[in-house]
Structures are given as C-alpha cells and as structure tokens.
Design a protein around this ligand. Structure first.
Ligand SMILES: CCCCCCCCCCCCC/C=C/[C@@H](O)[C@H](COP(=O)(O)O)NC(=O)CCCCCCCCCCCCCCC
Length: 218
C-alpha cells in the first residue's frame, strides 16, 4: 500500500506541469522562481519514469533545482521571489561570476541560465511532438531539438552521452502513454495549451538575460 502511494506520488502528469507553468507569470509578467522550479520538478519526474539511462540528466537537473531552492529558502529568500528580483539582487551585490568561474559557482543567475537553455530544448521538442505523426521518431525529434538549443553549450562528452540516451527513448505511443493525459488527440491538445505558456516564460527570461548581458555566464 505504502508503495503504491509512493509510486502515485512519483507519477508524472502533463496537466500538473502545465498548471505550474501557468502559475509562473505574475500580472506584470515577472517569473516566480518557486513555480519555475516546481515546473522543473514535474519534468524531472517524467524523465525518471523513462528509466535509469536518463539518470545523469535528471541528476544534473535536480542539482540545479536544489541550488535555486536553497536560495529561495535562504536568509535572502525574499530577493529570489521572482527571476527579475534575483538578477537585480545578485548583480547589485556582485554575486555572479561574469566572465570566468570563480567565487560564485552557485549563483542563481548562472544556475537558472542552464535550466533556461533546457526550457528552449523543451519548447522545441514539444512543438515537434505536437505536430508529429504516429510513425515519427521521438529520438529524432529529441536530438534535433537538442542540437538547436543545448548542444552548442555542452562539451563533446556530454553531447555524446545525451545522443546515446536519446536512442533509447520510447516510441511516440509509449511516450504519450507516460504523459498520463489520455488518448493521443488529448495529448496533442494539451501540448497546444502548454506550449504558448512555456514559450512566454522562456521569452521573458531570454529578454531579461539579454538586457543584462547574462546569456554567456560561465
Ligand atoms: C525526454 C528526453 C529527455 C532528454 C533531455 C534532453 C536534455 C539533454 C541534456 C543533457 C544534459 C546532460 C547532463 C549534464 C549537464 C551539464 O553539463 C550542463 C551544464 O551545467 P554546468 O554548467 O553546471 O556544468 N547542464 C545543463 O545544461 C542543464 C541540463 C538540464 C536538463 C534537464 C532536462 C530535463 C528534461 C525533462 C524532460 C521532460 C520531457 C517532457 C515531455 C512531456
């Protein structure tokens, strides 16, 4: 019984992730870090349900989520309520390594940048998934999205490992199944609902990082 409760708890549900991304944006289009992080937690659940081959990816994501949660729960937590506040606070207090890694390897800004790039991957991948046909290959969609987003920021060995992991992704039907939404038409509809939200959060963050020249943080 305890087991089934635990596995229920671990179960991914696309609807849940969609809801957290909805909560991300404030009225004046600021991004709440708490919900951003919750969205990632949901996605990591999904990744974990695909098997241990993806462990090295989810481990890195969990690490980064944890760094941000620590900032949120830390003594300056109120400076981390939104991404906009975080950027302002960390820059004003010189808490970011701007050109090379140094005394602030765990700044919120550089940590979030990694997840931000991964969000672009997610957007590209989900858009491909949404417009795919029954016989489309998830591995191809995934690696195309990866090559257009994260790959240029990863060293060879990470790109190689990622490429190998993509090869064992389940096919589209099984993939849709894990999303826990219902029949394929419903998955496609929900992706159509989720994408504009994810894309808006991405755009707002991208503009903020561009404004402050933070897109290449080491
Ligand atoms: C569904 C298949 C999931 C494939 C995931 C595609 C992303 C591949 C990323 C490969 C990252 C490998 C791990 C190491 C990364 C780090 O080197 C690197 C740089 O960090 P550093 O500057 O601190 O050193 N880290 C990163 O770029 C952050 C990567 C975070 C990846 C999070 C991926 C979560 C994927 C969630 C999948 C959800 C699918 C949902 C479908 C409904």
């Amino acid at each position: 019984m305890a087991d089934s409760v635990a596995s229920e708890d671990q179960k991914f549900c696309l609807r849940e992730v969609l809801d957290t991304f909805k909560l991300c944006l404030s009225e004046n289009k600021e991004v709440y870090l708490q919900h951003y992080v919750a969205g990632w937690r949901g996605l990591v659940k999904f990744l974990n349900s695909l098997g241990s081959v993806f462990g090295f990816i989810s481990k890195d994501a969990v690490n980064k989520i944890q760094i941000l949660v620590n900032h949120l729960n830390g003594e300056n937590g109120s400076q981390y309520v939104t991404i906009q506040l975080m950027v302002k606070y960390e820059l004003e207090n010189e808490l970011v390594d701007l050109t090379k890694r140094g005394s602030h390897p765990e700044s919120g800004c550089r940590t979030l940048l990694r997840l931000h790039r991964a969000l672009r991957w997610l957007e590209l991948f989900l858009e491909r998934l949404r417009t795919s046909t029954e016989d489309s290959k998830t591995s191809v969609m995934c690696s195309e999205a990866y090559n257009e987003s994260l790959a240029p920021h990863h060293p060879w060995v990470v790109r190689k490992a990622a490429g190998m992991a993509f090869c064992v992704l389940p096919g589209r039907p099984a993939f849709f199944e894990v999303m826990n939404v219902g029949p394929p038409e419903q998955v496609v509809a929900m992706l159509g609902e989720a994408l504009p939200l994810i894309s808006e959060v991405y755009q707002i963050t991208e503009e903020l990082y561009t404004q402050h020249n933070l897109l290449d943080l080491p």
